[in-house]
Design a protein around this ligand. Structure first.
Ligand SMILES: Nc1ncnc2c1ncn2[C@@H]1O[C@H](COP(=O)(O)OP(=O)(O)OP(=O)(O)O)[C@@H](O)[C@H]1O
Ligand SMILES: [Mg+2]
Length: 501
């Protein structure tokens, strides 16, 4: 029997500062063998920071760690990997233009070296085994990683991590990028590891998921450990309160049943794309919040991209009705009052090296200019409003977006499009990775936009938020609409799920 309940990792009095930002303050906790430990807390509370310190990505400012009873001070990720600590990071962790196999063996090419050359064939064969080991057979390791979407690329990262047989696996906010089948792979791996006397740390903002999967939850707030809670004592309201430091109660979705106008503002007429969609129709009305739901690969993300001109439409057209403009590309969409929040924020929605200020201001150049000159006062007000409304956790708006926590990056994307007076907004998984307090703020902003006469498409993998927010709900399956439902009739989640699968 594998030994369980032994201390595998100990974090002792660890602090981490970034300039004046205190990311971690005197953090103590242990991870034991046989355990699945969840880290939970608001955006910017320090979850990724403490995990990445354990995994050798950055050093602590002070404090100590122990691993398997010995002092632990990894100098880099490779040392941590070699010692049996693997981490699946929150941000995209694969490189687009090298092959899947090269991604999997990045940093360990040596073992395929034959004299002066690398034996690529052997590497591909081994990569295939690595993927099969986690139950993935549909990814071709010889192809460049860019051929695969976000979910598949996460699976590649998981395969890479598991190839090294880690004893501690850290999974940072990965599940929200995965569909149910991808999540099932991760959950299976986690439980197999715990059963085998290894250990797992997982980070997620999905409280239900955390309560289901974890044995223990460590709650962080502003870089401080607030509590460690065992499964027997899990209580959602108590956990939420510990996370935010105040009581969060009840319903944060809209409660009204106000309808929308008959006027169509955006129309997709029999659009066909290279992948996913075949003669797809859709009408969005003025003042409507139209939801699109389904399983991750049902085509709903492609719909969002095609509507905004990011996906090539090979037949049919997308038209902004009142302006009588055909959306041929994203530039046309933007110039004609459309906004788009991408699911894939790091590559499609943000300039990571630019400041928060410049990212948000980028949607408002026209509005904040007088003639050819940008009015700095107007622009500052434009940015400040969003930073405040969304509680973006930063030193000031001139920090680079790169320095923000994952959820705070998501707030910048959302903020930059809400700031703009776009008439039509397409939101693809807008609340991915944000904590419950900010989710509530985002729902309120979406609702306010409806009240102002804007029209919104909300694409989401979370049924509760679709049911909570949308006037009308389209469920998709295999690139087609399998069902249409209306708020006024009431939504029933069981029926909706039936239409998804
Ligand atoms: N490289 C960096 N430079 C400056 N500040 C940083 C850097 N990395 C993290 N921080 C700051 O440290 C704090 C903790 O960030 P961290 O990424 O650990 O949060 P998190 O709990 O993972 O949040 P999220 O749920 O949004 O992912 C935040 O205030 C963040 O802005
Ligand atoms: Mg994080």
């Amino acid at each position: 029997m594998p030994e369980k309940g032994k201390v595998l990792v100990q974090v002792k009095d660890v602090c981490k500062n970034f300039g004046v930002t205190i990311a971690l303050s005197h953090v103590d906790f242990v991870v034991k063998t046989g355990e699945i430990r969840g880290l939970i807390g608001e955006n910017g509370s320090g979850k990724s920071t403490v995990s990445s310190i354990i995994a050798g990505m950055q050093p602590a400012s002070s404090g100590e760690m122990a691993y398997k009873g010995k002092p632990w001070k990894p100098k880099d990720v490779l040392e941590a990997q070699a010692a049996g600590i693997g981490m699946i990071v929150q941000e995209a962790g694969t490189i687009a233009n090298i092959s899947v196999a090269e991604n999997i063996f990045l940093g360990s090419y040596q073992k395929f070296r034959k004299g002066p050359i690398i034996d690529k064939k052997a590497m591909v064969t081994e990569a295939r085994k690595a993927l099969e080991k986690i139950g993935v057979t549909h990814i071709n390791p010889a192809l460049p990683a860019r051929m695969y979407d976000m979910q598949e690329r996460k699976l590649i990262e998981i395969a890479k991590c598991m190839y090294n047989n880690p004893e501690l696996l850290i999974v940072d906010e990965t599940t929200t990028a995965l569909s149910q089948s991808g999540r099932d792979i991760i959950y299976r791996i986690m439980h197999e590891m715990a059963d085998a006397g290894k250990a797992v740390m997982i980070i997620s903002h999905d409280l239900n998921e955390m309560m289901e999967q974890c044995d223990t939850l460590t709650v962080l707030r502003d870089g401080v450990i607030i509590d460690n809670i065992d499964k027997a004592d899990f209580d959602p309201d108590d956990i939420k309160q510990k996370m935010v430091g105040r009581e969060i109660k009840g319903n944060y979705y809209r409660v009204d049943n106000d309808g929308y106008s008959d006027e169509v503002v955006l129309k997709a007429d029999c659009i066909t794309t290279m992948h996913s969609l075949l003669c797809f129709d859709l009408e969005l009305h003025k003042q409507e919040i139209l939801g699109i739901g389904g399983l991750s690969d049902c085509g709903m993300h492609t719909v969002g991209r095609a509507l905004y001109g990011l996906e090539m439409v090979v037949d049919g057209e997308v038209r902004i009705s009142d302006r009588n403009v055909v959306v041929k590309n994203a530039q046309v969409a933007f110039r004609n009052g459309m906004g788009y929040v991408s699911k894939n924020r790091d590559t499609e929605s943000l300039e990571l090296n630019a400041s928060i200020y410049n990212n948000i201001a980028s949607t408002g150049y026209d509005k904040n200019s007088t003639g050819p000159f940008i009015n700095p006062f107007k622009e500052r007000a434009y940015v400040d409003k969003q930073v405040r409304a969304l509680m973006i956790k930063c030193q000031n708006a001139h920090q680079p977006v790169r320095a923000l926590s994952g959820g705070n990056k998501q707030k910048v994307v959302f903020g930059k499009w809400c700031a703009d007076d776009a008439d039509i907004l397409i939101l693809d998984c807008p609340t991915r990775g944000v904590d419950i307090g900010v989710k509530a703020a985002m729902y309120q902003l979406i609702y306010d936009m409806k009240k102002q006469g804007k029209s919104i498409i909300m694409i989401s993998e979370e049924l509760p938020e679709l049911m909570g927010m949308c006037d009308r709900l389209l469920i998709m399956r295999d690139g087609q609409i399998s069902g249409e439902f209306f708020r006024k009739d009431g939504y029933d989640d069981r029926t909706l799920i039936e239409y998804m699968i």
